[in-house]
Design a binder for this molecule. Structure first.
Ligand code: AMP
Length: 182
């Protein structure tokens, strides 16, 4: 299923910039803009994701606001399937379904259009959820619940980078695949 060599993983990892203390002290921010600006690393990643999901019989990719849109839309185009945005509260114009999730202090909320996955013949659309990074898992868990809440199947949640020590994958009600794990 298009396994990446250790050398390829290293190239992708080295293309991601770590910015200390952003957006607040103590956070090591993983900046994927440097990966996107590196055509060799970006293409290695997208070739790998295309090979992994080419025969998965997916109907849609759902990408999480905002960096999940970039990888998700690029992959949807390669697989010739639709793309659906999972957005932060208040951004989607039509009727939405929403899910709250806990942050360190307080709550955040993500939304999806109620009819996002209606364009398929089978009973439940088969959906791959994508984001750039899996940290505590709250955001992606809410995204997976949204997919379920509007009557589709979240067949896998896919991340470029997983911060394994935070054990976020335990929260996600779907299989998890991460290209790189720290
Ligand atoms: P979480 O809900 O804790 O898994 O956080 C995941 C979301 O926050 C993703 O949409 C990431 O883009 C963003 N995020 C969390 N931690 C980081 C980090 N260290 N570097 C870059 N993005 C992060």
């Amino acid at each position: 299923m298009g396994e990446l060599t250790e050398e390829a993983k290293q190239r992708i990892l080295e293309s991601i910039r770590t910015v200390p203390d952003f957006p607040k002290p103590g956070i090591q921010f993983k900046d994927i803009s440097t990966l996107l600006g590196n055509p060799e690393a970006f293409q290695l990643l997208m070739d790998h994701l295309e090979a992994r999901y080419r025969d998965s019989d997916l109907d849609y990719i759902a990408g999480i606001d905002a960096r999940g849109f970039i990888f998700g839309a690029a992959l949807a185009d390669r697989l010739k399937i639709g793309f659906v945005p999972v957005r932060k509260k208040g951004k989607l114009p039509y009727t939405t379904v929403s899910e709250k999730y806990a942050l360190e202090y307080g709550f955040d909320e993500v939304e999806i259009h109620i009819d996002a996955f209606k364009g398929v013949e089978r009973e439940k659309a088969q959906v791959l959820l994508i984001d750039d990074l899996l940290a505590t898992g709250g955001t992606a868990a809410a995204g997976a619940r949204l997919i379920d809440n509007v009557g589709a199947d979240c067949v896998e949640a896919c991340f470029l980078l997983e911060l394994g020590f935070l054990e976020g994958r335990e929260k996600i009600p779907a299989p998890v695949y991460s290209v790189l794990t720290l």
